[in-house]
Design a binder for this molecule. Structure first.
Ligand code: FAD
Ligand code: GLY
Length: 381
C-alpha cells in the first residue's frame, strides 16, 4: 500500500515530535520517520533547562522566540500530560546565573539591564543575598543574576510525551527507518525514500538534528550543520543542596524533582561520537564541587552524552528550504528543549500558511546564508 501523508517529518527528536503533535492536533495526517528510536539522540541527553533568559545573552528575534516558547510551557504541559499520559516534571523553579569574576559580573549586569527593559523579571543577588537564598553555594562568587521565570522539564519525557500525544491524535511513527533521500519532481518535494520503501507527501519537514545535512542530494542545498557534542552526569545528594538551577559560564547544576542533580556539560565542536571521557567527568565534577562542596558525599548515578545541532551563524533553521514543500526545523543547538514548544507551533503555522511574524521568517530562514544574510560567524548563545 502506498504510504501517503499530508506532512512527513524526518527525525523523531523533541522538535520533530513537537511538530507532529501540533500538526496532528490540527487534523493533519502526519508521519514521523526516525532512523533509530524516538528521542534517541540529543533530545534524551539534554538537562531539560528552559533557560530563555539564562542562555540567551542579547536582545533580538532569537530572544523573543525563546521567551515566547518558554512561556508556552505552563499551558502546554498540562495539555500534553493529559493527552499523552506521560508526566514531564515541569518546574518553574528559577535559575541563578553566577559570576565568578568581576568581568562576568559586569556582563551579567548588562544582561539584567536588557532583560528588564524587555519586561522580563531579573534580579541581582550580591554575595550575601546569594548565600541567604542558596546557602550551599560557596567559593569565589561575585554575585548572581536570579531569573525566577526560567524553569525545566525532563527532556526525554517531554520528547516521549509529544510523540505519544501525536500518535494518540493520529500521527504515525516509523522507527528504525532512516531517510536516505528526498523524492522530487519539477522542483517540488514529493516524499522520502528509505530502505523500507518510499513515503509520499508534498510537505516534508527536515528535523534531523545534527544529522540533517547528511541527507545529501546534489540538486538541493541543505545548509551545513555543526555538531557540538556535550557530556553530562548525574549525582544524588542525600538531601537537597540547591533549590534553583545554577548556571556558571562553563557548567551548570540542575536539581531535578526526584532529588538528583544533573551536572553539565562539555562542548566539543565537530564530535558526533557518544563516548564520555574520564577527564570530562573529572572536570565537570571538580567545578561543581568547588561551587557546591555539599555535593562531595552525593551518590554517583550516571554519565551520558549527546550531539547538539548547531548552525554556522548560531540561529536555528526554521522555515522553507530550497525545494518547494521542503521545510527545515533544526539547529536549536543548546536550546532545543526550550524552543520545542514554539518550534512545533511555528512550523505548523508555516505549513498551513498562518505564520505572520515576518522578522522570524527572515531571521530563521534556512536560505539566509545562501542569500548572504547570515553572519557566518561563530556565536555562543
Ligand atoms: P535530535 O534530538 O538530535 O533529533 C533528531 C532526530 O533525527 C534523531 O532522533 C535522529 O536519529 C533523527 N534522524 C537524523 N537523521 C535522520 C535520517 N536521515 N532519517 C531519519 N531520522 C533521522 N536544550 C535545552 O533546551 N535545554 C537543556 O538543558 C539542554 N541541555 C543539553 C545538554 C546536553 C549534554 C546536550 C547534548 C544538549 C542539550 N540541549 C539542551 C540541546 C538539545 O538537546 C537539542 O537542541 C535538541 O535535543 C535538538 O532536538 P532535535 O529534535 O532538533 O534533534
Ligand atoms: N543548554 C545546555 C547545554 O546545551 O548543555
Amino acid at each position: 500500500m502506498k504510504k501517503a501523508y499530508d506532512v512527513l517529518i524526518i527525525g523523531g527528536g523533541v522538535n520533530g515530535c513537537s511538530i507532529a503533535y501540533q500538526l496532528a492536533k490540527r487534523g493533519c495526517h502526519t508521519a514521523v520517520v526516525e532512523k533509530s528510536r524516538v528521542g534517541a539522540e540529543a533530545s534524551s541527553a539534554a538537562a531539560g533547562m528552559l533557560g530563555a533568559q539564562v542562555e540567551i545573552k542579547e536582545n533580538g528575534p532569537f530572544f523573543d522566540f525563546a521567551r515566547k516558547s518558554r512561556n508556552m510551557f505552563s499551558e502546554l504541559v498540562p495539555e500534553l500530560e493529559e493527552t499523552s499520559g506521560i508526566p514531564v516534571s515541569y518546574l518553574r523553579n528559577g535559575m541563578l546565573k553566577v559570576a565568578q569574576t568581576d568581568e562576568e559580573a559586569s556582563h551579567l549586569l548588562e544582561m539584567l539591564d536588557f532583560q528588564r527593559k524587555e519586561g522580563e523579571q531579573a534580579e541581582w543577588r550580591g554575595p550575601e543575598a546569594l548565600s541567604v537564598q542558596e546557602p550551599n553555594i560557596k567559593g569565589e562568587v561575585k554575585g548572581a543574576l536570579f531569573i525566577p521565570g526560567d524553569g525545566q522539564v525532563k527532556a526525554k519525557e517531554l520528547t516521549q510525551a509529544y510523540a505519544r500525544g501525536a500518535s494518540l491524535l493520529g500521527a504515525d511513527f516509523y522507527e528504525y527507518t532512516p531517510v536516505i533521500g528526498l523524492i522530487q519532481e519539477e522542483g517540488k518535494v514529493k516524499g522520502v525514500s528509505t530502505p523500507a520503501g518510499s513515503f509520499y507527501s508534498s510537505q516534508v519537514v527536515l528535523a534531523g538534528g545534527a544529522w540533517s545535512d547528511l541527507i545529501t542530494d546534489h540538486e538541493i542545498q541543505i545548509p551545513p550543520m555543526v555538531p557540538v557534542k556535550g557530556e553530562c552526569l548525574a549525582v544524588r545528594p542525600a538531601k537537597p543542596v540547591i533549590k534553583a538551577t545554577v548556571h556558571a559560564p562553563d557548567f551548570y547544576l540542575v536539581p531535578k524533582p526526584d532529588g538528583s542533580i544533573i551536572i553539565g556539560a562539555t562542548e566539543q565542536k565537530g564530535r558526533m561520537d557518544k563516548q564520555v571521557s574520564a577527564g570530562s567527568v573529572q572536570n565537570l565534577l571538580s567545578k561543581a564541587l568547588r561551587l557546591v562542596p555539599g555535593l562531595q558525599s552525593a551518590e554517583w548515578m550516571e554519565s551520558w552524552s549527546g550531539v547538539r545541532p548547531q548552525t554556522t551563524d548560531g540561529m536555528p533553521y526554521l522555515g522553507a528550504a530550497s525545494l518547494e514543500g521542503l521545510w527545515m526545523a533544526t539547529g536549536h543547538y543548546r536550546n532545543g528543549i526550550l524552543l520545542s514548544a514554539l518550534t512545533g507551533k511555528w512550523i505548523a503555522d508555516l505549513i498551513d500558511g498562518t505564520a505572520d511574524n515576518q522578522e522570524w521568517i527572515e531571521t530563521f530562514s534556512p536560505l539566509r546564508l545562501k542569500e548572504g544574510k547570515g553572519n557566518l560567524v561563530e556565536t555562543n548563545h
